[in-house]
Design a protein around this ligand. Structure first.
Ligand code: LLP
Length: 418
């Protein structure tokens, strides 16, 4: 469900004509729907309403402070993976006591910053990281709340680059090595054991792997209890998938039911770290066609957005639906929609059925709200695009398009070349 639909022959975001925004802010730009973001957040959060839980939005999926502040206003916390994301979450007004810190390579400086902030907990992924956190907490004379990320060795059946719960992946601590780590942590003066965490991958379209990993984690929690280690929090990560094309992922209610059924009477506060399922279909990338050309092999539509603006098609071969902003362009053609970047891998759609449009027409690249802007770069010295939030019949620029000066900020010509 989302709020991008045709009205009077033109694609609108809620009640706003996308062509109007394009004229005002220029293209390309990311466009988010406030109603969709709110509904998705609430649908997810409400699905767990019957049990103690905290929904910590995965900041990496969409990190604009305007959007983070919306989730915070709805009672959400944040799942962060860097000092930069901590900075954003705090700027957006997220309560530090609702922040969990994930990630396999937190630096000493980042650990200190988060300790100083007083976050809810650190999801620790290795013994050496535990030692670094103990040292940082001792320096600051604080107790660090931790959970350990368990790697349950479960196949999430998703793209290899975003599978994280297999033994061969870099993430977490192997489930059969974890008890010893908890026992060590228990003896540490500046560590407070709070929970167990687990995240097996992203864009999962079946509840099976979630349930399988929860079963393993529950078994592990029982072993902890046998060893006199009690936990108060269970963090199940994110990973619930969305429909890009013809996938049929479970609704958050079905996902929550499967989790709650498997949880049974486990007496813990559940932490959830959804990203994509909340923002994925709440955002689109709007781009204008510059040129078209047809050679003996195929038709190309050359647009003003490229792989630097939306990396997912190039990086994962990901599919994104493409709609014309002008509904009259309803004819279809098989084509490549490509950007201006000097690489053959620069495409937003490949051999895909797309609207048969002309230069000057606007295209909406759908389902681009998650890992769209956040993975964008300045490759080919292209300014990162604007971000716009629509609410009802108004829209708000929540990130200005970068300028050329922004692009060289911090660079210098060394004296010997002047
Ligand atoms: N928690 C942890 C520890 C994670 O690593 C992730 C995502 C999430 C939560 C949120 O997962 P989600 O609910 O969004 O699936 N760039 C890739 C996705 C990378 C996911 C990384 N971790 C893509 O564009 O598909």
């Amino acid at each position: 469900m989302h709020h991008f639909a045709y009205q009077n022959g033109r694609l609108h975001a809620e009640a706003v004509d996308i062509e109007t925004i394009a004229q005002e802010v220029d293209t390309p730009f990311y466009l988010y729907s406030h109603a969709t973001l709110s509904q998705h957040f609430k649908a997810f959060d409400d699905a767990f309403a019957t049990i103690p839980h905290l929904t910590c939005f995965a900041v990496k999926a969409c990190s604009n402070i305007g959007i983070l502040s919306l989730f915070s206003s709805l009672g959400g916390g944040a799942d962060i993976v860097s000092g930069g994301e901590l900075f954003r979450a705090l700027k957006a007004g997220v309560d530090p006591k609702k922040i969990v810190y994930s990630g396999v390579g937190k630096t000493g400086v980042e650990l200190r910053q988060a300790l100083h902030t007083g976050i809810l907990m650190f999801n620790i992924e290795s013994e050496q990281e535990l030692d670094a956190l103990q040292a940082a907490a001792a320096d600051l004379n604080l107790k660090a709340p931790v959970s350990f990320r368990i790697n349950p060795d479960v196949d999430p059946k998703t793209h290899a680059y975003i599978s994280t719960g297999l033994a061969k992946n870099k993430f977490g601590i192997a489930i059969d090595q974890a008890l010893a780590v908890y026992q060590r942590a228990k003896e540490m003066k500046n560590i407070e054991i709070k929970g167990v965490s687990c995240h097996i991958g992203s864009q999962l379209t079946d509840v099976g792997p979630f349930v399988e990993s929860l079963r393993k984690v529950k078994g592990f929690i029982a072993r902890l209890a046998d060893n006199n280690i009690q936990i108060s929090h269970l963090d199940l990560g994110g990973g619930l998938g969305i429909t890009y094309d013809d996938e049929a992922p479970p609704h958050p209610d079905a996902y929550a039911k499967a989790i709650k059924d498997e949880l049974g009477d486990l007496n813990c506060t559940l932490i959830l770290e959804p990203g994509r399922v909340i923002v994925g279909n709440a955002g689109i990338l709007v781009s204008r066609i510059l040129y078209t050309k047809t050679n003996i092999a195929k038709k190309f539509m050359i647009v003003d957005a490229g792989m630097n603006d939306l990396a997912r098609p190039s990086l994962y071969g990901a599919y994104h639906g493409i709609l014309p902003v002008n509904e009259q362009r309803s004819g279809k053609v098989i084509a490549d929609v490509v950007g201006p970047i000097c690489e053959t891998g620069d495409f937003l759609a490949k051999d895909q059925e797309v609207p048969d449009c002309e230069p000057g027409d606007l295209l909406a690249v759908m389902s681009a709200g998650a890992y769209g802007f956040t993975m964008s770069s300045n490759y080919n010295t292209r300014p990162r695009v604007a971000e716009v939030l629509v609410k009802d019949d108004d829209y708000y620029l929540i990130r200005q398009r970068e300028t050329y000066s922004d692009l060289i900020r911090g660079e210098a010509i060394p004296d010997f070349l002047k």
